[in-house]
Design a protein around this ligand. Structure first.
Ligand code: ATP
Ligand code: MG
Length: 563
């Protein structure tokens, strides 16, 4: 599988790798890793990192590991581990036999910490967290040295061992690196390496009561795995000196190179795991896989394809400057993919009953309908026509304004693949609501062309009432009604109250009765749909609209160009 669309531009990380290979750095090897923390579900931002890391391994015939950075047991869960593996596989990537956990290295990380202590590079500090913060200084003011900084090696070793043995309560002290409290880089001002925390870990259980900090565990994990290029997002740029410091102090097998790139931000959504967790926990959505969520599980459920997401990640590229990508680009990639593969079918979402009074009662005709004009091999299917059909309510107006060309009393429209019909009457209920149209059909218009060649402006979709199958259909809009909800003071106040529309009484052509989730259809004039993998079942069909047909990408791209 190639990860690149033809002609996709190269990027600065490839430039770095190409240079490394020229001078035979790492023996020319390329070994990356995707290192999620199992504290939430993966989202579209992670997809960018996955495509980048696994994509580089494919492009350079290298390797990419999946490693769980599970150093914070209080927030991590097996449910997240499972969903992350599922999403990476679904996106189309394979870590082969290289599934790792930072927790696999807890013993080694501990031994390396003792190594630092023995070399006078780490000390046990009894300042409280508040004091540590205060001593750390600010961007403009240097830090102050902890009074515990000068502790002799033996005392540090003894205390650290007692921390591990559980002799000290949570939070009593920490192990810190001994670097430089006057450094211009705050991350170098004696950062914490280990903390005491009695929390059950999803893999190591209660065997540890001290846990390493992410910034300490990460470079060592990379080195143990023989990673060559450790790619992370820009916020870690200032952490790079510490990454290098750790590796320089220790007898690790290799020294990976940390490279930072800009994280993905997308309009009309939030990509912070903390905010996504809040949406789930406070029931603003139906779960991590709610089809409105930017999680890979949610997008998958809604009907996004891995092909479209990989294409999107190729197109947005990899850069050093933060930017926000418009959701319209992702939707555009999705339409391009689905347009090729989705058979066209007819489904009426808001049905209006139409009785064709001059059509013989009990008669059924079967018309040929092409499955996909974009795909000559897709063939045709038979669809039934009978005396009563459904059309969309919005395709009829009793008193049409100018420019409304669809059905109205006395007017004609074409029923796709079938006949031309003319509206002759309207039936209303006691509230005055239209419940049925009376129509006649042009007996000479079989297939949809008028015998005298008179023009028929509008063609509409329909289904035969007798043969239709009922379905619930869910339509989605952006979860947030502002472009940058993440920047709002209260992102929850930006939730779009009409992000979900549930239509309970839709009428589908009969062939859809056995549609499996993951099989896509274009409902004519309505968009691309797939059966909901959780809620749809025989006898109670539920279809999700993956994306509508209206492509806004060209307009958005133009607006961005002119900015
Ligand atoms: P946390 O705040 O929990 O660390 P995170 O979004 O960084 O959240 P991780 O599980 O640490 O989550 O992310 C795994 C990898 O995915 C990291 O290498 C991270 O840099 C990358 N990543 C996360 N979010 C994005 C994003 N929006 N765009 C690109 N890469 C991302
Ligand atoms: Mg992170």
């Amino acid at each position: 599988m190639s990860t690149q669309v033809p002609g996709a531009p190269t990027h600065f990380i490839k430039d770095i790798i190409n240079e490394d290979r020229k001078v035979n750095k790492n023996g020319g090897r390329v070994h990356t890793r995707f290192p999620p923390e199992p504290n939430g579900y993966l989202h579209i931002g992670h997809a960018k990192s996955i495509c980048l890391n696994f994509g580089l391994a494919i492009d350079y015939a290298g390797k990419c590991n999946l490693r769980f950075d599970d150093t914070n047991p209080s927030k991590e869960e097996v449910e997240y581990v499972d969903s992350i593996m599922d999403s990476v596989r679904w996106l189309g990537f394979d870590w082969e036999d290289r599934l790792y956990y930072a927790s696999d290295y807890f013993e080694q990380l501990y031994e390396y910490a003792e190594h630092l202590i023995r070399n006078g590079k780490a000390y046990v500090c009894h300042l409280t967290p508040d004091e540590i913060r205060e001593y750390r200084g600010t961007l403009t003011a240097p830090g102050r040295e902890s009074p515990y900084r000068g502790r002799p090696v033996d005392e540090n070793l003894d205390l650290f061992r007692r921390m591990r043995a559980g002799e000290l309560p949570d939070g009593r002290c920490v192990l810190r690196a001994k670097i430089d409290m006057a450094s211009g880089n705050i991350n170098m001002r004696d950062p914490v390496l280990y903390r005491i925390l009695r929390a059950t870990h999803h893999r190591t259980g209660d065997s540890w009561c001290i846990y390493p900090m992410y910034d300490y565990a990460h470079p060592i994990s990379d080195a143990i795995e023989g990673v060559t290029h450790s790619i992370c997002t820009l916020e870690f740029e200032d952490h790079r000196p510490f990454y290098d410091w750790v590796l320089d102090q220790l007898p690790v097998p290799c020294h990976p190179q940390q490279i930072e790139f800009a994280r993905l931000n997308m309009t009309y959504t939030v990509l912070s795991k903390r905010k996504l967790l809040q949406l789930v926990q406070e029931n603003h959505v139906a779960g991590w896989d709610d089809p409105r969520m930017p999680t890979l599980a949610g997008m998958r459920r809604r009907g996004f394809t891995p092909e479209a997401i990989r294409d999107f990640c190729d197109r947005i590229g990899v850069a050093k400057a933060n930017s926000t990508v418009d959701f319209a680009l992702l939707a555009h990639c999705l339409r391009e993919d689905l347009n090729k593969r989705a058979p066209r079918v007819m489904a009426v979402l808001r049905p209006l009953r139409v009785v064709i009074e001059n059509y013989p009662e009990g008669q059924v005709e079967w018309f040929d309908a092409e499955n996909n004009p974009e795909d000559p091999t897709a063939g045709t299917r038979k669809i039934p026509f009978s005396r009563v059909v459904y059309i969309e309510q919005e395709d009829f107006l009793e008193n049409p304004p100018k420019k409304f060309y669809r059905l109205a009393p006395g007017r004609e429209i074409r029923l796709k693949h079938a006949y031309i019909i003319k509206c002759t009457g309207v039936v209303k209920d006691d509230k005055g609501e239209i419940v049925e149209l009376q129509c006649t059909y042009d007996t000479g218009s079989r297939g949809g062309e008028a015998p005298d060649g008179r023009p028929i402006k509008v063609t509409t979709h329909w289904v035969s009432a007798e043969h239709a199958i009922g379905s619930e259909v869910r339509l989605y809009d952006h979860l947030f009604h502002v472009e940058n909800p993440g920047e709002a003071a209260d992102f929850l106040s930006c939730i779009n109250p009409s992000s979900l529309t549930v239509l309970k009484d839709c009428k589908l052509e009969p062939g859809l009765a056995s549609a499996a989730p993951g099989v896509f259809f274009q409902f004519m004039r309505q968009g691309y749909f797939t059966a909901d993998p959780v809620d749809s079942m025989p006898g109670h069909l539920v279809f999700n609209r993956t994306v509508s047909l209206k492509d806004e990408w060209a307009r958005v791209a133009k607006r961005m160009d002119s900015k």
